[in-house]
Design a protein around this ligand. Structure first.
Ligand code: FPP
Length: 276
């Protein structure tokens, strides 16, 4: 379908990329990385070995997404529930893995023009991790390519609670609660993701069919792609396969059947006007 292939894709990635329509790539892909523990268990390794192997998957996925010019990629790295429900030693390992990843990866992020962002209640993370996160964000802040957002200590319900609190505080400072206007745009402007488009595609690895408290507001119209591949085995190639599947789907946004596979919201009203 497309002859010009971005540089840096390997042979198999190139094969899948050629089947894609570059004009209809998702603008924002969100990924629920799952299956690290099962990957390790199958190899009779400790769970943390799965997390360590998961970093290789992160690297490959991020690089491929940037190479094909996906504007935004969001990775669900640690949920609020992860903190509360996992042994302290595993949480500690994940924290140090994140810290090491950030330190090691900043040069590659810069080379690929990737800007790093975070969503989640960062202030509850260990201070040294917060410092490393701030450093990495600052070190990549001037990049103008893909925005890589890491969801850390993230929960969609907490995000909504924080958004409602922020709306009330803003109204209180701007003339009082009588001026509080609540509509979808206002809520969107107070979410952690206020500077990002809603994801068009959400990928979940390891075969689980749940959203697990991830971007509940923002995923309202997203296509869901679930792959049985466990996260440590996931690579850029799998991401491209997910995008190929996404492009086969017809996005309707609650509207009519448009047949072109990529109808924006306005199209349903345009159709309606033509009929009436
Ligand atoms: C889910 O697998 C994975 C996580 C909770 C952690 C994700 C972390 C990484 C991929 C590595 C570090 C991340 C970055 C951004 C450097 P699980 O442990 O829930 O697997 P299971 O369901 O098989 O037990």
């Amino acid at each position: 379908m497309y002859d010009k292939v971005p540089t840096g894709l390997d042979r198999k990635e190139t094969e899948v990329y050629r089947r894609l329509d570059p004009a209809r790539l998702p603008k924002h892909i969100a990924i629920i990385m799952d299956g690290n523990g099962r990957w390790a268990k199958r190899r009779h390794l400790p769970r943390v070995a799965g997390h360590r192997a998961g970093v290789t998957a992160v690297r490959s996925t991020v690089e491929t997404a940037a190479r094909i010019h996906i504007p935004a990629l969001t990775l669900y790295a640690f949920s609020e529930e992860n903190w509360k429900k996992r042994p302290k030693s595993e949480v500690g390992f994940l924290m140090s893995l994140l810290s090491r990843y950030l330190k090691a990866e900043v040069p590659t992020l810069n080379k690929n023009n990737i800007r790093l962002e975070y969503i989640g209640r960062q202030h509850e993370l260990p201070e040294d991790v917060q410092e490393r996160m701030a450093w990495a964000r600052e070190a990549t802040a001037r990049n103008s390519g893909m925005v890589l957002t890491l969801a850390l200590n993230y929960s969609a319900r907490s995000e909504l609670v924080d958004a409602f609190r922020s709306m009330v505080n803003a109204a209180a400072q701007n003339g009082g609660l009588a001026h509080l206007q609540i509509d979808e745009d206002t809520v969107g402007r107070h979410l952690y993701t206020r500077n990002l488009p809603d994801p068009d595609l959400v990928v979940r690895t390891s075969g689980e069919m749940r959203l697990s408290n991830f971007l509940l507001w923002q995923l309202a119209y997203a296509e869901i792609y679930v792959t049985p591949t466990l996260w440590p085995d996931f690579r850029g190639l799998h991401l491209l396969e997910g995008i190929a599947e996404y492009q086969k789907r017809e996005r309707r946004y609650g509207g009519l059947n448009h047949g072109d596979g990529h109808a924006p919201l306005e199209t349903s009203s345009a159709l309606h006007e033509r009929k009436t």
